[in-house]
Design a protein around this ligand. Structure first.
Ligand SMILES: [Ca+2]
Length: 246
């Protein structure tokens, strides 16, 4: 059995418990070069050249020309195969703390939370640190330290509030540690385990996804897809990227 299926089975047991979830137990985290075998076009190994060779079922958002509200996230790519949803982000890491993907689970821009993109409505998100910080005695961030592998917890917005549907460290995400690319930028790649997200969100067919980069004060510093301020003033919408599940 491949390791990710073993991890997925562990997480599925927790998720299947519904409202009676036990406290999450730490699970061994796959690292770059670990036992997980990727049979598709992308491997989560901290080497990004394989993304350039993907020509089918790939979605790419880049920072548009002109003034943008948040400019530190430069490139956001998505790809999916039978086992994983793959994510690639290239970004200016200055003051970075967290990356948060948002999911429009019903591919309906008029439903869900509509506060972050013009013309996108999302029902779920995941939150995970991508950089470590030194904290003071009150746990306020003091200085930016080192990149770390992304291990987000997954949430869904409901009428009762924001519900955690998959804690971090259950093996739902396999991520590389951000590494320098060019011109002071860093990038990381990650694979979201479909078996776990299918249980958490009931994913099927297509859904849409966007990414926001936050700083240590949880202020937005990057967002893709996005439109330039000039385009937004003219009414251009910011549709999120469409993931098509094979
Ligand atoms: Ca929606």
């Amino acid at each position: 059995m491949k390791k990710f299926f073993a991890l997925a089975a562990v997480a599925a047991m927790f998720i299947a418990c519904g409202g009676e979830k036990p406290a999450p137990q730490p699970q061994p985290q796959p690292g770059v070069g670990d036992e997980v075998e990727f049979e598709g076009a992308i491997s989560i190994d901290g080497q990004y050249a394989d993304w350039d060779a993907v020509t089918e079922n790939i979605q790419v958002a880049t920072l548009p020309e002109g003034e943008c509200r948040y400019s530190q996230l430069k490139t956001f790519k998505l790809h999916a195969d039978e086992n994983f949803i793959y994510v690639y982000c290239e970004f200016d890491p200055t003051n970075t703390l967290v990356f948060v993907p948002y999911f429009d689970l019903d591919s309906d821009a008029t439903t869900g939370n509509t506060s972050k993109w013009d013309g996108a409505g999302y029902e779920a998100k995941a939150e995970g640190d991508i950089w470590t910080w030194t904290l003071d005695a009150d746990e306020n961030p003091v200085s930016q330290e080192a990149p770390k592998a992304w291990d987000p917890a997954f949430y869904e917005y409901t009428d009762e509030g924001t519900i955690e549907v998959c804690p971090a460290s259950l093996g739902a995400v396999i991520s590389s540690t951000p590494a320098p690319t060019k011109d002071g930028l860093y990038a990381f790649e990650a694979a979201l385990v479909r078996e776990i997200l299918d249980d958490a969100y009931g994913l099927e067919g297509t859904f849409t996804m966007g990414m926001i980069q936050y700083d240590m004060d949880w202020m937005y510093i990057g967002q893709l897809p996005c439109q330039s301020e000039d385009a937004r003033m003219e009414g251009a919408l910011e549709e999120m990227l469409t993931v098509t599940l094979p």
